[in-house]
Design a binder for this molecule. Structure first.
Ligand code: SF4
Ligand code: SF4
Length: 241
């Protein structure tokens, strides 16, 4: 009968990075102990039988070399790290263009299957490694798709917008500006209406996300076809079943 005991060294800057592994219960003949640190440490690496290193946010190549040198020859080393990160300043550019980006600085598509080259802001398209690691054929294919989308925009005399856009009830609006602060597309502006401040939606910019609708304390801004009354009527109808 054998009893196997492993000393597992977890390295991660994310507090919950290895929560699932840490919560793992030991088995009868196969037990383990954990020790952890947020940065690689030589003394801990030298004691471990297995090193699990989440090197996100660190110099992965340099830290991997150090861990490989510090560990016992028979110990296993498992390194988790993304191969590349978004370009420096990508986040600022995404905020300026009002498009989504992930924690690694890569721009995000509107829908992974239905709109893979479109951004969540109409008229913005993605191609290549700005969206994540990919090889040359995939980048070329995506670039061609994005170019075709742009050409289709210019091939029409008029552009059509989705009808689901926000509308302001000018009588209810008190001009508090909360909707302007939260609109992720900058689609609402403050206007002067007979000496009173009011909100006005720029219809060609609005994407119908509904954030303003949920924020307005007066219920003065509603998204067409998704007004509060329409949604409540749907909920009521569902509750009948
Ligand atoms: S949050 Fe509502 S009340 Fe305030 S400015 Fe916008 S529409 Fe008007
Ligand atoms: S629905 Fe409201 S928050 Fe969303 S884009 Fe339109 S105006 Fe902005």
């Amino acid at each position: 009968m054998y009893h196997c005991h492993l000393q597992i060294y977890l390295i991660s800057r994310q507090p919950d990075g290895f929560a699932a592994i840490r919560d793992m219960a030991p088995m009868e003949f196969f037990t383990h102990t954990f020790f952890e640190s947020s940065e690689p440490q030589q003394a801990l690496a030298a004691r471990a039988d297995l090193i699990l290193a989440d090197l996100q946010g660190m110099d992965a190549a340099c830290e991997t070399k150090k861990l490989a040198a510090w560990k016992k020859p028979e110990a296993d080393l498992v390194v988790l790290a993304v191969g590349i990160e978004g370009a420096h300043g990508a986040g600022e550019l995404a905020e300026k263009l009002r498009i989504s980006y992930d924690k690694y600085g890569f721009f995000m598509e509107r829908h992974v299957k239905l709109a893979p080259v479109e951004t969540n802001t109409a008229g913005g398209y993605l191609a290549g490694v700005c969206q994540g690691a990919k090889d040359i054929p995939a980048s070329v294919a995506q670039g061609s798709a994005a170019a075709a989308k742009v050409l289709s925009l210019f091939s029409r005399d008029k552009l059509e917008n989705d009808p689901q856009i926000a509308q302001v009830d000018i009588k209810r609006c008190v001009g508090c500006g909360k909707c302007i602060d939260v609109c992720p597309y900058g689609a609402i502006k403050k206007i002067d209406f007979r000496g009173q401040p009011k909100a006005e939606v720029v219809e060609t910019v609005c994407q119908g996300c509904g954030v303003c609708n949920a924020t307005c304390p007066q219920g003065a801004i509603q998204v067409s076809h998704f007004t509060d009354n329409q949604i409540l009527a749907e909920v009521n109808a569902l509750c009948q079943f």
